[in-house]
Design a protein around this ligand. Structure first.
Ligand SMILES: [Zn+2]
Ligand SMILES: [Zn+2]
Length: 305
């Protein structure tokens, strides 16, 4: 199971009733947070995301609405007694930006491991047992889209294991992909496993103007979280020039990528009731959700795949 939450859904500045956009992804008690604008620690608390489970913070870019909440969140993690390392990854320069922000949050009781990511080509790496892929977006400053993939273990077939007289105590090892030796006999995982299961993937893209590469990046996702700064199609030229997207831009990408569900986020502060535009955007992509702060979803795997 993969738990996803958007504690905040606003762009540019935090509002009284709308925190800044960020995304929480949690699998088996380990969590990754994407973006940390001003007030994000309050958004996380309101959404009941347990920050003690955070293993990694992914930053999309260095605009204040995506990173200025960092010192406060780090201090809170420290006050809560975190001692295990935290990975902070983001575009090149993330080390310099993090150290500058942390001038006001020194002597943290945990190690921060900085991971600088390529801002020109996609990258793939692993954190907390999850695969992370990046996509350089088209914003005013270097900006990365992320997808987080949870690769589920293949199906274990106990009948096959029993037929080979493998003691039950070794089932866990074989299911985890380990080869075991019992009384001089070698048993490999393929002898007791029944094939791969479909991974669970969540894609997050903000801030950017729309482009074709986003379609490939979102393809195969169980959930596509994407910027929708404004809803009025007459603003398209102006918005795309500013390297942002309209609801319809995101819906077109979701439709081409054939994802099951689109969550719109990063609304302009001028957009006070984004949900009013749901019908229009659903004409392009039916399963569009105009999100609100604290929206949550548990992606449950279909055990037949
Ligand atoms: Zn932004
Ligand atoms: Zn931005």
């Amino acid at each position: 199971m993969v738990d996803v939450c958007l504690p905040g859904t606003g762009g540019m500045l935090p509002l009284v009733r709308r925190y800044l956009t960020c995304c929480w992804v949690e699998v088996m008690g380990k969590a990754i947070l994407i973006d940390c604008g001003e007030g994000t620690q309050m958004a996380l608390s309101a959404a009941e995301c347990h920050v003690s489970r955070m293993e990694c913070l992914l930053i999309t870019h260095f605009h204040a609405d995506h990173i200025s909440g960092l010192p406060g969140l780090m201090l809170t993690l420290g006050n809560q007694g975190k001692t295990t390392p935290l990975v902070i990854a983001g575009p090149a320069g993330i080390g310099r930006v993090v150290s500058s922000l942390l001038v006001i949050a020194q002597k943290l009781p945990f190690e921060i491991i900085i991971k600088e990511l390529d801002q020109k080509s996609p990258e793939k790496f692993e954190i907390a047992g999850l695969e992370i892929n990046t996509l350089p977006l088209k914003h005013k400053v270097p900006c990365l889209g992320y997808n987080i993939t949870y690769h589920r273990k293949p199906v274990f077939n106990p009948q096959k294991a029993a037929a080979l007289n493998i003691p039950v105590t070794y089932y866990k090892n074989l299911h985890a992909g380990e080869t075991v030796e019992i009384d001089g006999n070698i048993y490999t995982p393929d002898m007791v496993l029944d094939g791969e299961r479909k991974p669970i993937k969540v894609t997050y893209c903000t801030d950017t103007r729309p482009f074709d590469g986003m379609v490939d990046f979102a393809e195969g996702s169980n959930l596509f979280v994407c910027e929708g700064m404004y809803c009025d199609d007459q603003m398209r030229e102006k918005m795309n020039e500013k390297h942002h997207m309209l609801f319809s831009d995101a819906a077109n990408i979701a439709q081409k990528a054939n994802v099951p569900e689109l969550w719109l986020t990063h609304f302009s502060p001028a957009l006070t009731h984004p949900a009013e535009y749901k019908d229009d955007v659903c004409k392009i992509f039916a399963n569009t959700v105009i999100t609100r702060d604290g929206i949550k979803k548990t992606i449950v795997p279909d055990d037949n795949i």
